[in-house]
Design a protein around this ligand. Structure first.
Ligand SMILES: Nc1ncnc2c1ncn2[C@@H]1O[C@H](COP(=O)(O)OP(=O)(O)O)[C@@H](O)[C@H]1O
Ligand SMILES: [Mg+2]
Length: 256
């Protein structure tokens, strides 16, 4: 099992990158695949054509609140980790043909909910073992990952835009990942769709991490997002998808 996570500033194209990565893994036949929407904005579902509530599913936050805050300690004898894990399988997991999907949701406000956080982490550790790849769409920081999902990752993809802030973000992101005690094997930098070719050499030479390439600007992506259509349905020769394919190949996935 491998866990891949995106990070980067808002609007750099993280979520669409995860959606296109999903399309790539589906097309090269890598499965089973679990997508985790860990961003409170929650737009990964829309980009891969899943509306949890329409499918009768709940976010993990909603399940945590039901299980630990509203019900209290009713189910005597069942450890909290197992309780929430079976709830997730039954009510939180969208099981699709090509991938499964869960969303952490927003109802869960951060705080010292030590029991639920620990239970969730245990449940997700056990649950993710069933997959070959787990793709996490995450908000900018990684602190929440360590607390709620996992402390061991395989790849971090930091998606950057052409700003001084984004360049600084890379170093900070790497430092934060270390500070919050996330273990990871690879830290990659990916140029977002606004990142110009002219800055590529600068990114390669200035940043102390491997630059995998740029995601191409693609009006099809814009159009699909605007129409609320799944990016999995994009033509396989659309520029953004072709660039993501190359990026994934550079990271060692699929044919090299
Ligand atoms: N490759 C692309 N080409 C053109 N526009 C894109 C591309 N990827 C994303 N976008 C546009 O940028 C917006 C933000 O993308 P998104 O993936 O949601 O970024 P983030 O998750 O980093 O906030 C999308 O709504 C979409 O319209
Ligand atoms: Mg996003």
């Amino acid at each position: 099992m491998k866990i891949l996570v995106t990070m980067g500033r808002g609007g750099t194209g993280k979520t669409s990158f995860v959606a296109l990565m999903t399309k790539y893994f589906v097309e090269i036949g890598e499965s089973p695949l679990l997508l985790v929407d860990a961003d409170p904005d929650q737009n990964l579902g829309e980009m891969v054509g899943v509306e949890l509530h329409e499918k009768g599913k709940k976010s993990i936050s909603e399940l945590l609140v039901e299980t630990f805050l509203e019900e209290g300690g009713t189910t005597v004898g069942v450890p909290p980790t197992e309780r929430i894990e079976s709830r997730i399988w039954a009510h939180g997991m969208y099981e699709g043909e090509c991938f499964d999907f869960i969303a952490l949701g927003t109802k869960w406000v951060e705080g010292c909910y030590c029991l639920p956080n620990a239970a969730l982490k245990g449940a997700l550790e056990s649950l993710t073992k069933n997959y070959k790849y787990v793709l996490i769409d995450s908000p900018a920081g990684l602190e929440h990952l360590n607390r709620r999902i996992t402390s061991k990752l395989d790849d971090i993809f930091d998606v950057i835009d052409p700003s001084k802030k984004s360049f600084n973000h890379v170093e900070r992101a790497h430092r934060v990942a270390k500070e919050v005690k996330i273990e990871f094997k690879n830290f990659y930098v990916v140029g977002g769709f606004r990142f110009p070719e002219s800055l590529e050499n600068q990114a390669r030479s200035l940043l102390p991490f491997r630059f995998l390439g740029r995601i191409a600007y693609d009006s099809n992506v814009e159009g699909y997002v605007l129409a609320g259509k799944s990016l999995l349905g994009l033509p396989s020769d659309t520029p953004a998808y072709l660039s993501v394919k190359k990026i994934m190949e550079n990271a060692g996935y699929g044919k090299v």
